[in-house]
Write a new protein. Structure first.
Length: 153
């Protein structure tokens, strides 16, 4: 298509005008579609990437963490899933599935972590048991002192 000059503007026919408008609208729609394909879960934040690493203290008497009072309970905090296993021990791994960033869930029946989006399974240490995920979840250490659960690197 030839560039249009100011002198041509007066003689632009309907077909040229519609072609230019259609191209412009198409470019805008394409840009919106492409930017809409990315979401925050595409680049999961590593909660331990700050200075000194992760160091959380969870007060288990706080209602926010009440699910951790029983075996099989779990909570999400700071991009981490913290769970109390069937055996009563605490585990902490990154919350986002390494396949597409969906939050994993702790399952008491199989004592594993499960991604409800595509079926990836992880052990309680974060290693991949079944794909499509092919990278492990980041594992964090836990330490219980009284009613305070520390989650750290």
């Amino acid at each position: 298509m030839n560039p249009i000059t100011v002198n041509d503007m007066a003689t632009m026919d309907r077909k040229q005008f519609m072609s230019m408008v259609g191209t412009g609208i198409g470019a805008i729609i394409l840009q919106q579609c492409l930017s809409g394909c990315k979401n925050e879960k595409d680049d999961p934040v590593d909660p331990g990437s700050g200075n000194g690493g992760l160091n959380l203290s969870l007060d288990l008497t706080n209602a926010t963490y009440s699910k951790l009072a029983t075996n099989g309970g779990y909570v999400y905090t700071n991009g981490i899933i913290v769970a109390r296993t069937n055996a009563g021990t605490y585990i902490a791994v990154s919350q986002a599935c390494t396949h597409q960033g969906v939050s994993v869930e702790y399952r008491t029946g199989t004592n594993d972590l499960y991604c409800p989006a595509h079926g990836s399974r992880f052990s309680t240490t974060g290693s991949v048991v079944q794909g499509p995920a092919n990278a492990a979840l980041k594992q964090y250490k836990t330490e219980l002192t009284g009613t305070t659960l520390r989650v750290f690197e």
